[in-house]
Design a protein around this ligand. Sequence first.
Ligand SMILES: [Cu+2]
Length: 128
Amino acid sequence: MMRCSATFLIYILIALFFLTVLPATVSAHAVMVRSSPDKDSTISQSPPQVDIWFNENVMSAHKSLAVINSSGKRVDNKDIKQEALDPSHIFTSIPSLPPDTYTVRYRVISADTHVVSGKFSFTVEKPD
Ligand SMILES: [Cu+2]
């Protein structure tokens, strides 16, 4: 009986190890750290492209980045690229954007195979 419960205790400890220690090391998926235009920024001129940088390299497969205007219409050139020498950087070109608030939606696959998606906005203001 003693022996049985000691074995049981070891199983509990092993289970606790996998539940607590392992996820901390495995779930280190990519996080957006910077963008251009900046998140929530207001700019006076339409930028030539929209850039996103992650804290680590992301996979080249299944990446997406869309720029959507306030009416819900997609306005980017649908030519997403990834920087060859820095795979943490994805970008897409855009036409000259009229004043409006735009939402950037992205979706990439982390090095740990987890899907990471998110969105942020920027505003192109009317020139005075
Ligand atoms: Cu992950």
